[in-house]
Design a protein around this ligand. Structure first.
Ligand SMILES: [Ca+2]
Ligand SMILES: [Ca+2]
Ligand SMILES: [Ca+2]
Ligand SMILES: [Ca+2]
Length: 189
């Protein structure tokens, strides 16, 4: 009994040694990629939250009115933020190997990019591309309406955005386009 307990204790020590080491690696990698923990989401105070990568772009769907990103409006001007602006070219061929497949981040089991905004919850703010390019948008959702980079928008504005790249493909149902599936009144491209 006594011998078994000592062995057990050594086993626990060995197990504890590993988890103490792992969280350090996790914390480090999280802080490197921590787009979601910015002290200021609108560095130039123009009311447009900066979109720096595809993860940021993907997060817009959770803040369709442009007031926040990752649940935060930190650094927005006093009247609040009312949209987004792109700060860099983006590429859906995320591993840069010349094909869009399951190795790319937004493959989604072959369906590709999930459009931002639905008829029930439309995108309703500003998206300024700042003359940057979104490359190789891939969507294969033949049964879906309102499909594009944005699926459905109302009371919104999209400007200065280029979509390009040889891998760009949007297979979709009715009311679909590459930039936007459907735009309601009082909107402008
Ligand atoms: Ca700006
Ligand atoms: Ca800004
Ligand atoms: Ca600011
Ligand atoms: Ca790829």
């Amino acid at each position: 009994m006594g011998i078994r307990s000592r062995k057990g204790l050594r086993g626990i020590k060995r197990i504890l040694g590993l988890p103490l080491f792992l969280p350090l690696i996790l914390v480090y990698s999280l802080s490197v990629n921590a787009q979601s923990d910015r002290p200021d989401y609108d560095l130039d105070d123009d009311g447009l939250i900066e979109i720096n990568d595809l993860a940021d772009l993907n997060e817009i769907r959770n803040h369709l009115d442009g007031s926040a990103l990752y649940g935060s409006s930190a650094g927005c001007p006093a009247q609040g933020c009312n949209g987004f602006e792109l700060t860099a070219d983006l590429d859906f061929d995320t591993n840069n190997d010349g094909v869009i497949d399951e190795s790319d981040t937004f493959w989604n089991e072959g369906q590709g990019w999930l459009p931002i905004g639905t008829s029930a919850s439309p995108f309703s703010s500003v998206f300024n591309g700042n003359f940057n390019t979104i490359n190789n948008l891939y969507i294969d959702r033949l049964g879906s309406s309102y499909t594009g980079l944005f699926g459905y928008a109302t009371e919104s504005q999209m400007l200065n955005l280029e979509l390009a790249g040889p891998l760009t493909k949007v297979f979709a149902g009715s009311s679909s386009g590459i930039l936007i599936g459907f735009m309601k009144t009082n909107s402008a491209i």
